[in-house]
Ligand binder design. Structure first.
Ligand code: HEC
Length: 478
């Protein structure tokens, strides 16, 4: 049926438009780069496939694309590119760049026909920032904060997570409409999370070469060597900090593999509390690439320029259940982490589940979800239960990939009334069938290291009642 249609339209074009020109002739012969393929690549690929972005090659012109034609066919046919992991049956997401079957057929037919350029010219490129920032409007950031030192990453060995501090360059509460964290070195960066924070107890101001008058840590040796403020307490993360009012901070953003600028939805902004916090805490995790590397990450901030009615919030899933058992945090700790579970992930268990529950106490609008686990993470599903008992799957990531921790931003934000709950159900595969699994015979505990694991679902939402003042909560999720 489909074939007959195509033939008759083709014939029709051939009959009626023979004299009209080369473009029509191209059309009758099959897809060309200029007419058919470039629009697909410009829409779904060049956000990553252009200079200074995370992908290995640029796909901006016919000359760039032609040598990759066969590889492109393979990757799009297998639906491995563009990377996208949400089950298409649930939810529509604004940052879903997946190709339609028609797009895939066009690319395959084009490659099979020898990847012709066609006549005329390709459509204009989307607008991009010159410096490689990824705001969808192409605007450069209003403020860029660079790590004040060029960090040296050794060629070999395990590298723990650590924190550096640099002064936050403003003293008011600022509303931002977008935040982007650029790693400076993609290959050597495992992840970066950033928070606005005050210095933890025990850190004193010093005079390192990186920022004269800036802070220096108790870890004098590393600090002296790097000329920077370093906190080598390893696992010390937001949760620890939040336990101690002094050090409590609020999230600015994160770099995780595959991420670009996170843009708040129209009319929604996010506070960065320069009025409360004096420093940026750079939580940095590097990985060896086999040769010595340097990395200098930076943060781009775009101020909110239009009036907003709502401010973004984030929260975690505190109440956890595993295999039907509620998990209770040991006395004296706030919040649960996977190292505090009643039992860690058992060895050789192919489907170990943890469910986290977030109780919704006000009418809210959910903007999106994040999904973070490590190498044993296999699946995560978010299920809303409405006050009337109705359940709805909001997002399902059936084949989680540690290499691609994409945010999931709803095309139409989801309204949840007070009294709803959201469950995040994670499944871990600690068996030999998981080819990413570094040690199936081990019990797995929480840590930031990828050979340990994490349970970190996150939800971004706004309160439906009007908020005009900065939030006082220190909760926040990149
Ligand atoms: C979110 C960022 C992103 C998007 C969007 C994206 N890619 Fe990629 N692509 C990457 C990265 C990073 C790699 C290298 C790592 C890998 O292969 O997984 C890659 C690898 C590839 C490769 C393999 C290159 C090789 O060395 O063999 C091809 C081919 C490719 N992409 C084509 C595409 C096409 C075509 C699209 C659009 C339909 C696309 N990509 C969209 C980030 C992206």
């Amino acid at each position: 049926m489909k074939r007959a249609m195509t033939v008759s339209i083709g014939t029709l074009l051939g009959l009626t438009l023979t004299s009209v020109g080369a473009a029509a002739a191209d059309k009758a012969k099959g897809p060309t780069f200029n007419t058919d393929v470039a629009p697909i690549l410009f829409r779904s690929c060049v956000g990553c496939h252009r200079p200074n972005q995370i992908a290995p090659m640029s796909l901006l012109s016919y000359q760039d694309v032609r040598p990759w034609a066969k590889a492109i066919k393979t990757k799009v046919h297998a639906r491995e590119m563009p990377p996208w992991f949400a089950d298409p049956r649930f939810g529509k997401f604004a940052n879903d760049k997946s190709l339609t079957q028609a797009d895939i057929d066009t690319i395959v037919a084009w490659v099979d026909a020898g990847a012709p350029q066609g006549t005329g010219s390709a459509p204009p490129l989307p607008r991009f920032s010159e410096a490689g920032w990824s705001h969808p409007s192409g605007r450069e950031p209003d403020l860029i904060i660079e790590l004040p030192v060029e960090w040296k990453v050794a060629a070999e060995g395990e590298m723990p997570n650590f924190n550096l501090y640099s002064p936050l360059p403003f003293t008011e509460a600022k509303l931002v409409e977008a935040v982007q964290v650029r790693p400076g070195n993609v290959a050597a960066t495992h992840h970066i999370t950033l928070a606005a924070q005050n210095l933890p107890k025990g850190m004193a101001l010093g005079t390192g070469p990186a920022w004269p008058g800036g802070p220096i840590t108790t870890n004098v040796q590393v600090a002296a060597e790097k000329g920077a403020a370093v906190d080598n307490s390893g696992d010390a993360t937001e949760e620890d900090a939040a336990d101690e009012e002094e050090g409590a901070g609020s999230s600015i953003g994160a770099y995780i593999p595959g991420a670009s600028a996170r843009v708040a939805s129209l009319g929604v902004a996010k506070w960065i509390r320069g009025d409360r916090f004096k420093y940026v805490r750079w939580n940095l995790h590097y990985q060896a690439t086999g040769r010595p590397e340097t990395a200098r990450p930076s943060i781009g901030l775009w101020w909110q320029t239009t009036a907003v009615s709502n401010v973004e919030r984030g929260s975690r899933f505190e109440n956890q259940i595993s295999e039907g058992q509620p998990l209770v945090a040991p006395a004296g700790t706030k919040g649960l982490r996977l190292n505090q579970l009643l039992s860690p992930i058992p060895p050789n268990d192919g489907s170990w589940t943890v469910t986290g529950i977030a109780a919704i106490q006000d009418d809210v609008t959910v903007l999106g979800f994040g999904v973070h686990m490590h190498l044993r993470g296999r699946e995560m599903t978010y299920v809303a239960t409405y006050p009337d008992g109705r359940q709805e799957v909001l997002l399902r990531v059936p084949k989680y990939s540690f290499e691609w921790q994409l945010p999931y931003e709803f095309a139409q934000p989801v309204k949840l009334p007070a009294g709803s709950t959201v469950k995040a159900i994670a499944v871990y595969d600690n068996s030999v069938n998981n080819r990413m699994n570094p040690a199936p015979n081990k019990e797995v505990y929480w840590s930031e290291q990828s050979w340990d694991d994490m349970f970190l679902p996150s939800i971004r939402y706004t309160l439906d009642k009007l908020e005009t003042k900065p939030q006082t909560s220190t909760q926040g999720q990149p």
